[in-house]
Design a binder for this molecule. Structure first.
Ligand SMILES: [Cu+2]
Length: 264
């Protein structure tokens, strides 16, 4: 009985470690610059926690088997061993605080860093249940919007003011966004109604869009291809349908795409 319980703990530890090492359930392939540091930190945390978990389960299984009941009378029992308690408390504190400090450093280097001045700005506005994407057009300026001018029936989803000339060349799409590869992109994130969340797993980008706020997030895509913009905030009945396509293209393809969109 004690032997099979020990084996159970050993097997559980080995299978768990194999699932992680074999990357059976793993993140989608990385496709952004800043994501590399985030992935590294995650892997470091998993490795340290994984080694501690594996050794603890191995030891637990061994002790269960080694000190199983063999009818040799009562086992010794004592509590309080200040030296050991101080030892493992300090060791655990050093490991966890070290990981927390290092993780915070990586996080602030990304979140608090402003995107480069030459970054491409794309405005993304969530609504139940779609992503409105807007480019400033050749003049580089976004036209004025006013919530009172929003008319979904006329496809004026953002309430663009026709009297502002800066808005004449704005390019707008729904649920499709294109960006050039290897170029910093600044996303100006807004929402018309409830809280949504702009999530591109391959870029390691997830940022809430909060009513009344314009929040910026940024990324530089490293691989061309098609990705999904998921809404990561349960925002209503059709939340599951709220997704956009994000196309990462070469610069020439991106310019052609913009031109084609402007002509629609
Ligand atoms: Cu949503």
């Amino acid at each position: 009985m004690a032997f099979s319980l020990g084996v159970f703990f050993w097997l559980m530890a080995i299978i768990t470690v194999a699932i992680f090492l074999g990357r059976v359930w793993w993140m989608p392939e990385l496709a952004s610059v800043h994501g590399a540091a985030i992935d590294q930190q995650l892997i470091l945390t998993l490795a340290i926690a994984g080694i501690a978990f594996f050794l603890a389960q191995l030891g637990l299984g061994y002790l269960i088997w080694r000190y199983r009941g063999r009818g040799e009378g009562r086992a010794d029992y004592w509590h309080e061993n200040p030296k050991m308690e101080v030892g493992w408390t300090v060791a655990t504190a050093v490991v966890f605080l070290g990981l927390a400090i290092q993780g915070n450093r990586i996080w602030t280097q990304y979140v608090l860093a402003a995107p480069p001045a030459d970054a491409l700005t794309v405005e993304v506005t969530g609504q139940q249940f779609a992503w409105n994407v807007r480019y400033a057009g050749p003049d580089g300026r976004f036209g004025r919007t006013d919530p009172r001018l929003i008319r979904d029936a006329d496809a004026n989803f953002l309430g663009l003011d026709p009297k502002d000339p800066a808005g004449n060349d704005d390019i707008m799409t729904q649920n499709i966004m294109a960006v050039p590869v290897n170029r910093p992109v600044r996303v100006l994130l807004k929402t018309k109604d409830v809280t949504h969340s702009f999530f591109v797993p391959q870029f390691r980008v997830k940022q809430d869009a909060v009513p009344g706020l314009a929040i910026t997030t940024h990324f530089t895509a490293t691989k061309t291809g098609e990705y999904e913009i998921a809404c990561a905030e349960l925002c209503g009945m059709q939340h599951y349908k709220m997704r956009g396509r994000l196309l990462v293209m070469t610069d020439a393809e991106y310019q052609a795409w913009l031109k084609q969109r402007a002509s629609l």
